[in-house]
Design a protein around this ligand. Structure first.
Ligand SMILES: Nc1ncnc2c1ncn2[C@@H]1O[C@H](COP(=O)(O)OP(=O)(O)OP(=O)(O)O)[C@@H](O)[C@H]1O
Ligand SMILES: [Mg+2]
Length: 284
């Protein structure tokens, strides 16, 4: 544990621009568009208050609260003792993104099972709770997609169908019953993920998703940076990146190697997840 913190501190010293050196999202008692853009997802924008957005094209589905909680999706429950951590993270992330004019955020980690998907979903929900924002979460972990599973989504069309040319974007998007929150799920693992992520089609998709609405933050759930070159393929196409380090998951060397691979990206910070050290919140 201490070694991970030291590795983060070391990386922080070499990257003084880092915003979130050790923001904790540790929670739970157990551990601490373009051609496809011709039909609008919502009828109109009301810049100051998007609370009344109508999902004219996007399918709306209801999620199972118990399923969400089991998968650690809690940011929509204000009374949940872990949701504060995501609100703090949201505020820090949005301040930095606004300052820099950034609207697309990639989430990665050094190793698998660090909590990227949990952080990506909860952060997107927390952002969508601000009435002047919308959040779009895209499952770009094309090797081990898990956003749909974590949310309990079972959609007939997904990013797979869009990439195959069998669906337009509006058919693949879904609003999981939370206002201002839209998801682009990936239902199946994709072969040739890195090449696909480097393709002109994905480049155009990212650009279109970013440019469509000025109030929208787009979050991309990515694979681990050390697992393959997928992250390196996407990074030049997104504004900034957030790294999730799972306490006890990655070694010090892995954290340092991951940091060095992100050296050319706008690394916003590091979320230390699954940290069991005491925090100010008595619940944890
Ligand atoms: N703070 C936490 N405390 C305890 N368990 C957690 C925490 N965050 C995530 N987990 C659990 O760790 C596991 C991995 O989480 P998640 O799927 O979000 O990681 P990931 O980095 O996206 O994994 P992958 O590399 O497979 O995509 C899940 O079982 C999740 O519920
Ligand atoms: Mg994941």
């Amino acid at each position: 544990m201490e070694r991970i913190k030291l590795a983060i501190e070391k990386a922080k010293a070499s990257r003084p621009d880092l915003l979130l050196p050790d923001s904790r999202s540790s929670h739970h008692g157990d551990a601490g568009m373009s051609a496809e853009l011709d039909s609008p997802e919502r009828e109109e924008d009301t810049p100051d208050d998007l609370g009344a957005v109508q999902y004219a094209q996007t399918a709306v589905v209801s999620l199972d609260p118990a399923h969400l909680e089991r998968h650690r999706v809690v940011a929509h429950q204000k009374a949940h003792p872990a949701s504060w951590a995501f609100d703090v993270l949201r505020t820090q992330v949005l301040q930095k993104m606004d300052e820099s004019g950034w609207r697309t955020l990639a989430i990665t980690s050094p190793s698998v099972e660090s909590g990227k998907t949990v952080v990506a979903i909860n952060l997107a929900i927390s952002i969508a709770q601000q009435t002047n924002r919308t959040a779009l979460l895209v499952d770009f972990d094309l090797r081990r997609p898990s956003v749909a599973r974590s949310l309990g989504l079972n959609r007939p069309k997904s990013l797979n169908d869009f990439l195959d040319g069998h669906a337009n974007l509006a058919e693949a998007l879904v609003n999981p019953g939370l206002e201002r929150f839209v998801v682009l799920p990936t239902n199946q693992p994709v072969s040739g993920a890195s090449e696909l992520l480097s393709s002109a089609k994905v480049g155009k998709l990212i650009k279109d998703l970013r440019e469509r609405y000025s109030d929208r933050i787009v979050i991309f759930d990515l694979p681990p940076v050390l697992a393959a070159d997928d992250v390196m393929s996407v990074l030049p196409r997104v504004d900034c990146v957030l790294m999730v380090v799972g306490s006890g998951v990655s070694t010090q060397t892995e954290v340092e190697e991951a940091m060095s691979r992100l050296s050319k990206a706008n690394l916003m910070g590091v979320v230390l997840n699954k940290d069991e050290s005491p925090t100010q919140n008595a619940y944890y």
